[in-house]
Design a protein around this ligand. Structure first.
Ligand SMILES: Nc1ncnc2c1ncn2[C@@H]1O[C@H](COP(=O)(O)OP(=O)(O)OP(=O)(O)O)[C@@H](O)[C@H]1O
Length: 231
């Protein structure tokens, strides 16, 4: 089956639901982009998948098995990796040392670096000396080194110029091409749609455009605008 599935997932924070009744399928090797205005509930949804927070109703399954009661650690061991917002690197460590936190050994680091040639040039630099774009490459590489089956990426572009973020896109595509299912939450809507197989729009805490081919949404400005407004 090789898929992560959300069926009717509702996430509550405090008093009420922040996102309701979400259906989504993420297959290995595919990229699904979740777009929508600020506060729509995208981050909360990713958090409920990786187990940072629980979900109130519905089910989340991997290969047909419910993971709803699994802890965050169990989900991570099952291959669900989550890149949360912000550049969570250890600035005083070198690139290599950061990678060794998830790669098993030097051979694991070298294997990952084959997909990250730009970063490899900085392998022994202290991470604090990297540019913002390079730091995000390191965040991606570190997640990839953990050999995930599914990778949830929350707003990698935060604080980056579009042109810098664009350098990350082929890396995300390469990770997916290696067989990882990628669920991408992104503010640069068109860039994210450009690399995605499927897309879904969440607005005002509900799905305003269900999962479907990303290309159709990218090419239909009116549909995209309507979905953003929650229509
Ligand atoms: N820790 C929290 N406690 C309570 N409410 C929260 C918390 N985090 C987010 N919320 C609320 O949940 C709703 C959804 O927020 P969420 O961050 O999931 O949306 P988002 O689509 O990712 O938006 P953004 O792009 O701004 O991060 C918002 O109304 C937000 O205020």
């Amino acid at each position: 089956m090789n898929e992560l599935q959300l069926s009717g997932v509702t996430v509550r924070r405090g008093a009420g639901p922040v996102v309701s009744e979400v259906d989504l399928t993420l297959q290995e090797g595919r990229i699904v982009t979740l777009v929508g205005p600020n506060g729509a509930g995208k981050t909360s949804l990713l958090e409920s998948v990786s187990g940072v927070i629980g979900h109130a109703s519905g089910d989340i399954t991997v290969d047909g098995e419910s993971i709803a009661k699994w802890s965050r650690v169990q989900r991570s061991r099952a291959g669900i990796a989550h890149i949360e917002q912000g550049r969570a690197i250890f600035p005083s460590l070198t690139v290599r040392e950061n990678l060794l936190l998830t790669a098993k050994n030097d051979a694991g680091v070298q294997e990952v670096m084959q997909s990250f040639p730009e970063l490899e040039k900085r392998i022994d630099s202290q991470s604090v000396l990297l540019s913002g774009g390079e730091q995000q490459m390191l965040v991606l590489a570190r997640a990839f080194a953990s050999k995930p089956r599914f990778l949830l990426i929350d707003e990698m572009s935060l604080g980056l110029a579009p042109v810098v973020f664009m350098r990350l896109l082929p890396l995300i595509q390469q990770i997916a091409a290696s067989g990882v299912g990628v669920l991408l939450v992104e503010q640069f809507t068109h860039l994210a749609l450009g690399i995605a197989d499927d897309a879904m729009v969440v607005a005002s805490g509900r799905v305003s455009h269900p999962q479907g081919p990303a290309k159709a949404l990218a090419e239909d400005e009116a549909l995209l605008r309507q979905a953003y407004l929650g229509g």
